[in-house]
Design a protein around this ligand. Structure first.
Ligand code: TMP
Length: 206
């Protein structure tokens, strides 16, 4: 694969969407051909699955929830990610398989080996070259909750704590790929740290 695959991860309200969009625009301004995506979503079917997953009115078992996230992922991998990487594009993706490990694995207790096995199938073995894990104290991230509670956001604090701890465990297991970036008060300060990391690890190969 000729392209580069950069993913953003983190718990609720960490500012992933803002930071990932800013990075995509920055890379575009430097002349790179960039594809920006979010997960679950990115293509029509996956956006429909997203609606199903996030609608607080839906009751979904942990197993079905895991498989639905994987199905949404499989579609976006085949439709967009695989061809874009073959064509030498840079993909910036808001969430990927690490989210399922953190949210359904560490958060809901779904067997991690099963997630990794199904994940391999859903992603065709495609792994990010770099993952930016935005880390923020839980209370700050969930402060906006009462205004927009989806099916996942409305879970208790203990759940979100397991997700955050899970992410940090993942980062400790794969320090070369997953870089933890502490979220700063100023959006631009966090963005600067991300740009430096991306330029250093992806484009200068260290
Ligand atoms: P977003 O809020 O970052 O757009 O993501 C949608 C929600 O879906 C968020 O609460 C995290 C959750 N999620 C999972 O639980 N498992 C997954 O595999 C993914 C991609 C997202």
């Amino acid at each position: 694969m000729k392209g580069k695959f950069i993913t953003f991860e983190g718990s609720e309200g960490c500012g992933k969407s803002t930071q990932s969009k800013m990075l995509a625009q920055f890379l575009e301004s430097k002349g790179y051909s960039v594809v920006y995506l979010r997960e679950p979503g990115g293509v029509k079917v996956s956006e429909k699955i997203r609606d199903l997953l996030l609608d607080a009115k839906n009751k979904i078992s942990p197993e079905a929830e895991t498989l639905l996230y994987m199905a949404a992922r499989s579609e976006v991998v085949n439709e967009i990610i695989k061809p874009a990487l073959t064509n030498g594009k840079i993909i910036v993706c808001d969430r990927f398989l690490d989210s399922t490990i953190a949210y359904q694995g560490y958060g809901l207790g779904i067997d991690l080996k099963a997630i990794k096995f199904i994940g391999l199938f859903a992603t065709c073995g495609i792994k990010p070259d770099l993952t930016i894990l935005l880390d923020l104290p839980l209370k700050k991230g969930l402060a906006h909750r009462k205004f927009c509670e989806d099916r996942i956001e409305q879970r208790p604090m203990s759940y979100h704590r397991r997700v955050r701890d899970g992410y940090l465990k993942l980062a400790a297991q794969e320090p070369k790929r997953i870089k933890v970036v502490k979220v700063e008060k100023e959006v631009s300060v966090t963005q600067d740290k991300i740009r430096k990391l991306v330029l250093k690890t992806i484009f200068r190969g260290s």
